[in-house]
Design a protein around this ligand. Structure first.
Ligand code: ZN
Length: 107
């Protein structure tokens, strides 16, 4: 629904493409396992589309506890001093998994 400035709520939201433009990265942390991984916004754009931060973590699950309920995602702006030091997960490729779809029918 358009609001006073002509933009929808979604258009005003800080999304992955805007975060990429401001050199932010995404930090996803499992609050249960205390495991943190960081991702590049341009990588997540390929996986999640141009979504706001609260729509990112539901598309992930923790590698340790296998749950997604404890994941918390937030944008983070790395310091210049982080260059070459801060560990970040870079997307290598997106693997397509083939899933069979069955239908019970008559011979
Ligand atoms: Zn976990």
């Amino acid at each position: 629904m358009p609001e006073q400035n002509g933009l929808t709520r979604r258009q005003r939201m800080h999304t992955l493409s805007k975060a990429e433009g401001t050199r932010q990265i995404v930090k996803i942390e499992c609050m249960y396992c205390r495991i943190t991984h960081r991702y590049r916004c341009r990588d997540l754009l390929q996986l999640c589309g141009d979504v706001p931060i609260d729509e990112i973590s539901p598309q992930f699950y923790c590698e340790k506890c296998k749950k997604k309920e404890y994941l918390r995602a937030e944008f983070e702006l790395p310091w210049p001093a982080d260059t070459g030091k801060l560990r970040i997960r870079k997307l290598v490729r997106i693997k397509t998994v083939l899933k069979p779809v069955w239908k019970d029918d008559f011979y």
